[in-house]
Design a binder for this molecule. Structure first.
Ligand SMILES: C[S@@+](CC[C@H](N)C(=O)[O-])C[C@H]1O[C@@H](n2cnc3c(N)ncnc32)[C@H](O)[C@@H]1O
Length: 245
């Protein structure tokens, strides 16, 4: 288990609020080269899967970008519950969401032990979070448990070469060892685009992998430094800022 799967670190430090996540989202928002916004693309898929009336659960909802970016088209017939392991993240989610927060039910919850009955939801969303759970097979079974038969799980994640150049910089700065193939966050080999379908296939009959091809063209140092700082211990910041030279 890496520290990025350690509940105490996740709730007490990394995701005690939205700051670290926001630094990473900023880099993607500023420098992603794509025709379609990621959250608009994901929401198109949800609309197609759920129709106009649905009970929707999001686990590991973070700051709620999926909803903020699609606030103009959340169907009135959707009953949406937003959950996260971190209470602090849920506080920041409400603040970021503003008036939109009134549309949702909020609850603190660990995706590995959800406080909901069997078959409670039509759709479950677990985006960019399954690499944080210590018991991945058990958590996938738990997501399946709260879905009604025929319900749909969306689980977006990164490919195994996600942020490769940044991880190479981290090796150069001596923040991670060259042998640490799991990258700066230490999770890039867990629940990836390449192995995700197989992992989900243990609990779901019908799994489809859909690719959202995109890349980053980063032209400023500071946002990249902020991104790296969002993932390192207090000991490493000087090493990262030294990279600027
Ligand atoms: C990388 S963020 C992704 C946030 C959001 N899903 C998104 O796509 O922007 C990961 C989130 O998962 C949450 N998380 C981590 N482990 C969790 C767990 N076991 N159960 C529920 N949430 C968890 C973190 O607190 C954090 O908000």
């Amino acid at each position: 288990m890496t520290k990025f799967q350690d509940r105490a670190y996740l709730t007490g430090q990394q995701y005690s609020g939205a700051n670290n996540l926001s630094a990473r989202i900023r880099l993607h928002e500023q420098f992603t080269v794509t025709d379609v916004d990621l959250h608009r693309y994901l929401f198109d898929l949800l609309l197609a899967a759920a129709g106009s009336h649905a009970g929707v659960l999001e686990v590991g909802a973070g700051r709620g970008d999926l909803w903020r970016k699609n606030s103009d088209r959340v169907p009135a017939g959707w009953n949406v519950t937003l959950t996260d392991l971190s209470d602090g993240m849920l506080v920041d989610n409400r603040a970021y969401m503003g008036e939109l927060a009134a549309r949702f039910t909020y609850q603190q919850a660990d995706a590995a032990a959800l406080p909901f009955p069997d078959a409670a939801f039509d759709v479950v969303i677990a985006n960019y979070m399954l690499y944080h759970v210590p018991d991945l097979p058990g958590t996938v079974r738990e997501l399946r448990r709260v879905l009604r038969p025929g319900g749909v799980l969306m689980a977006a994640t990164n490919g195994h070469n996600h942020m490769t150049e940044m991880n190479a910089l981290a090796v150069r700065a001596g923040i991670i060892a060259e042998t640490e193939a799991s990258g700066l966050m230490g999770v890039h080999l867990v629940f990836t685009l390449q192995d995700g379908a197989q992992t989900l296939g243990a609990a779901f009959d019908d799994v489809a992998r859909l690719d959202y091809p995109t890349h980053l063209r980063v032209t400023e140092a500071q946002p990249l430094i902020d991104y790296m700082l969002s993932m390192v211990d207090r000991a490493a910041p000087e090493k990262i800022t030294a990279l600027r030279a």
